[in-house]
Design a protein around this ligand. Structure first.
Ligand code: PLP
Length: 452
């Protein structure tokens, strides 16, 4: 038997049940395995840092969201928000579960097509759709969500030229009681812009207005705001029915449901306090069901939930480069991943666990990334056991946005693996190398040589 390491005795005061100035401190436990695969073996095979995605967690979370909505509302359709995580393997897990695609750029649109999503099931959002993008979307009968009047007029023009009737929705922004209001996208409900756009579409009679869309914000902690948004979209849909005798086929409530992360400065842990899918589903379905639609006119409810479906499934594994003491005596630990691959550390206090056993002693520390840049801070304060050089850590809840907003500043992007339903590991994105980085560079001939 291996001899246990000596550790000095430690007396620690325990405050049971009471909150102290650190909130309800949860004790850390070592996180040595993800879906029964050992963290050490993953790092050994694929290097450090490494993103790990649990297919099991994605499917379970999706089923949970689907259940929450489908038990409350008869017609529900999810559309996977590509910008939240557009690694093809991830997208295809959602498509296998029945999710359509929701994209906000031309390349995302083509990514969805290449993944095999039928054009009619790709929702095209965003303020910047090029003419080529719009033509492709019109030809494929994709629902185009109009962001501004210039786009509306452009679509009218293309419809005539291409002799087609594009399927469109308008994006509506509104006061839902959550501030600051996201009023830069789409048409405002309160000041009449939304009705202006609706009238212009229907009276010009070149586009087929099939839906109404809103996406009221991101990391929203208040289900009731969605209730307000769903009521206002329902009001528009019923108004269109009354004025033009036209049924709106779907209401798209966008995304933005908070994941289980903890916002910086929050007193309590997100996992304990953030609303769950049932609460969002209750607010939205109640608002639509009570709005006054006839039974055969109930619109399809579309949801573009991103972060709440994928955040939990993503982990980032890393290694300790060094420990040092700051000038005030605080312990600092330098890790091999920074804000270059963990953009979300600007907003969240991500949960970080050591990946090996440790004793009782803990110390308040600051965690830095490896970049030569002062803002490269992963956690400003965290209570952790001492970590040695080459020890490993597991960052939790990093599945949303990190694998799309990551950048090649100072360090290249790490590999991404997915652990499948049978706990088998698949490489789904290779570690980047210099060749990849330089693939798009062009060096003019006259700059190819120099003498030093
Ligand atoms: C980003 C985005 C989403 C997804 O938002 P989450 O906060 O990840 O749920 C959905 N719809 C639109 C239009 C978006 O821009």
């Amino acid at each position: 038997m291996k001899k246990l390491q000596y550790e000095r005795p430690l007396i620690q005061r325990l405050n049971t049940g009471l909150m102290n100035k650190f909130g309800m401190k949860t004790e850390y436990t070592p996180h040595t395995h993800i879906d029964e695969v050992s963290v050490k073996s993953l790092i050994k095979e694929f290097g450090s840092p490494l993103f790990v995605i649990s297919e099991k967690t994605i499917r379970n979370t999706y089923k949970e969201a689907n259940r929450a909505f489908k038990t409350r509302y008869p017609k529900v359709q999810f559309a996977w928000s590509y910008k939240t995580n557009y690694i093809n393997a991830v997208c295809n897990v959602f498509h296998q579960e029945g999710s359509w695609a929701e994209v906000v750029s031309g390349f995302e649109y083509h990514k969805a097509l290449n993944n095999g999503v039928p054009g009619s099931k790709i929702i095209f959002n965003g303020p910047d759709k090029s003419e080529d993008d719009l033509r492709a979307a019109i030809n494929n009968e994709s629902p185009i969500h109009i962001d501004h009047l210039d786009e509306l007029y452009h679509l009218n023009e293309l419809a005539v030229e291409m002799n087609k009737r594009p399927k469109v929705a308008i994006r509506v922004n509104m006061d839902t009681g959550v501030y600051p209001m996201w009023d830069r996208f789409g048409f405002n409900y309160e000041n009449g812009q939304a009705w202006d756009a609706i009238n212009k579409i229907i009276l010009a009679d070149k586009l087929d207005l099939v839906g109404l869309h809103s996406h009221i914000g991101t990391f929203m902690l208040s289900p009731s705001a969605y209730g307000v948004a769903a009521s206002k979209l329902s009001d528009l849909a019923l108004g269109i029915k009354k004025k033009y005798k036209k049924n709106i086929l779907y209401l798209d409530m966008g995304g933005g449901f908070a994941s289980k992360n903890t916002l910086k400065g929050s007193f309590l842990q997100g996992v304990d306090t953030n609303p769950n899918f049932d609460q969002f589903a209750e607010a939205i379905s109640t608002a639509i069901l009570n709005a006054g639609f006839g039974t055969d006119e109930l619109p399809l409810l579309v949801l573009e939930t991103g972060r709440a479906l994928i955040d939990d499934a993503g982990y980032l594994l890393g290694s300790v480069i060094s420990n040092k003491r700051l000038s005030d005596g605080r312990r600092a630990t330098i890790l091999d991943f920074g804000v270059n691959v963990m953009f979300t550390s600007f907003w969240y206090d991500h949960k970080i666990s050591p990946a090996q056993d440790f004793g009782n002693y803990t110390e308040d520390s600051v965690l830095y990334g490896p970049l030569c840049m002062n803002i490269d801070v992963i956690r400003e304060h965290i209570t952790l056991p001492p970590l040695k050089r080459n020890d490993h850590v597991v960052v939790h809840t990093v599945g949303a946005y990190n694998m799309t907003q990551w950048m090649q500043f100072i360090a290249l992007r790490p590999a991404v693996v997915m652990i499948d339903m049978k706990n088998k590991v698949h490489l789904i994105r290779k570690r980047e190398n210099l060749e990849y980085l330089e693939a798009c560079e062009v060096k003019p001939d006259y700059l190819k040589s120099f003498k030093l």
